[in-house]
Design a protein around this ligand. Structure first.
Ligand code: FAD
Length: 391
């Protein structure tokens, strides 16, 4: 039996930041970070896009080796292929997550965190004195660690929350199945990300192209299986690529799930905090979760360290983590979720006509606010959708 103060399970963005923050907040504490894969950051199951402002809260992207591409434009594609450009400024970045996640982990270890790769948490139970005993499986065999606080940052297939008795169930309509290729040798604007919606393209989700460099991109889509016509995400994606980006070389392939639901009802329990995808802290409209995971990890790490230093790791104290998250982003996600559900009723014909409405606004005046107002005036059927967002 080995002891630690904080045991973080999962070295993705949420776990790396949580471990780093816990150690920074209270350097005297022992913080251990577990990763079941043999290398942090691999395999990549992500399109790797992040917004500029959110990323800068955690790291400086200019010239960083973990950045693949700076993005200055977003191009929406209506179902009938009408292009709508909406931004012409510093929009965001495409990361190289193999390097980015490794960078976050290295920063945590430099602060004094112990990182164990190739080590999986296989179960956990409560001690008589209230600590958690976590069973680990690794190359060296099995061992048990005892922790005052466990942070579950174990991603979309999360188990820590369930082991702690939290309700982490996801309705089937809120689970997107994704497929993605890395494709080389295709033609696109390397400064832009492309997003295409449409019932026949990606039912319940969207297709994307995120550039990693000139001629090379992450090309994928996410869909809700309940809305699909029997084909899986890869089959839809193959169809999309054959139509829009034929002739490229597919040099990588990945699949994964994205939970497009609001945050779980309680992301804490006695001696347990859950952060990132594991707590459904993904933007339900965009499916983006990297920056959210880091923000939640920061709150979880700080809360854990402060609770241990105060000698109180009970749910009564840890609930402050959940409240802080809901105030920071969780309440917004509830509104985005309502908007997502309301938008489920719009069809391809509507999206095609909305694209033409937006294209009538001069590019330099095409702010999100103007697009929204114009859309409401020209398409009054959007008013109940907007109302659901604001009420
Ligand atoms: C196809 C696809 C495209 C996406 N594109 C984007 C995008 O462009 N932008 C964006 O912001 N988000 C995107 N996302 C979502 C994004 O990847 C996640 O929101 C983000 O990675 C969440 O970070 P996390 O730290 O919570 O979880 P993860 O990054 O999933 O990290 C969890 C870690 O925990 C480890 N782990 C799991 N169980 C255990 C265990 N029992 N013991 C030890 N370790 C364990 C896993 O191996 C993993 O490394 C995409 C997702 C998919 C599937």
């Amino acid at each position: 039996m080995r002891d630690t103060d904080v045991l973080v399970i999962g070295a993705g963005p949420a776990g790396c930041v949580a471990a780093w923050e816990a150690k920074r907040h209270a350097p005297e504490l022992d913080v251990v970070l577990l990763e079941r894969d043999r290398a942090v950051g691999a395999p990549v199951r992500c399109a790797e896009g992040v917004g500029d402002a959110g990323l800068r809260e955690f790291a400086e992207p200019d010239g960083a080796p973990w950045v693949a591409r700076k993005i200055t434009r977003v191009i929406f594609l209506a179902p009938d292929d009408t292009e709508v450009k909406v931004a012409e400024r510093d929009v965001g970045w495409i990361l190289d997550r193999t390097r980015f996640d490794a960078f976050l982990a290295a920063r945590a270890t430099a602060a004094g965190v112990t990182l164990l790769v190739g080590t999986e948490a296989a179960g956990m139970s409560r001690d008589a004195d209230g600590r958690w005993r976590v069973e680990l499986r690794g190359a060296g065999g099995e061992e048990t660690w005892r922790a005052r606080i466990v942070i579950g940052a174990d991603g979309v297939e999360a188990m820590v929350g369930r082991w702690a008795g939290l309700d982490t169930r996801v309705p089937a309509r809120d689970m997107e199945s994704c497929a993605q290729y890395v494709i080389e040798g295709i033609d696109f604007d390397p400064d832009a990300i492309y997003l295409q919606f449409g019932e026949r393209i990606a039912p319940g989700g969207y297709a994307w192209l995120f550039p990693k460099g000139p001629g090379i991109a992450n090309v994928g889509l996410g869909l809700v299986a309940l809305k699909a016509d029997g084909r899986n995400a890869r089959q839809y994606l193959d169809g999309w690529i054959a139509r829009r980006y034929p002739g490229g070389a597919k040099t990588g392939y990945t699949v994964g799930g994205v939970i497009v639901h609001a945050t779980i009802k309680a992301a804490y329990s006695d001696g347990v905090l859950v952060a990132g995808d594991a707590a459904h802290m993904i933007n339900p409209l965009s499916g983006g979760g990297i920056v959210n995971a880091m923000k939640a990890g920061r709150l979880a790490g700080q809360t854990a360290a402060a609770a241990i230093c105060a000698g109180d790791t009970g749910a009564g104290r840890l609930c402050a983590y959940h409240a802080a998250w809901m105030e920071l982003l969780g309440e917004d996600h509830v509104r985005y979720y309502r908007l997502k559900r309301a938008l489920e009723d719009v069809d391809d014909a509507f999206l095609n006509s909305l694209a033409r409405t937006v294209n009538a606004i001069p590019l330099e005046k095409r702010t999100l606010g103007r697009i929204f107002t114009h859309a409401l005036v020209k398409h009054p059927q959007l008013i109940p959708v907007a109302a659901r967002f604001f009420l």
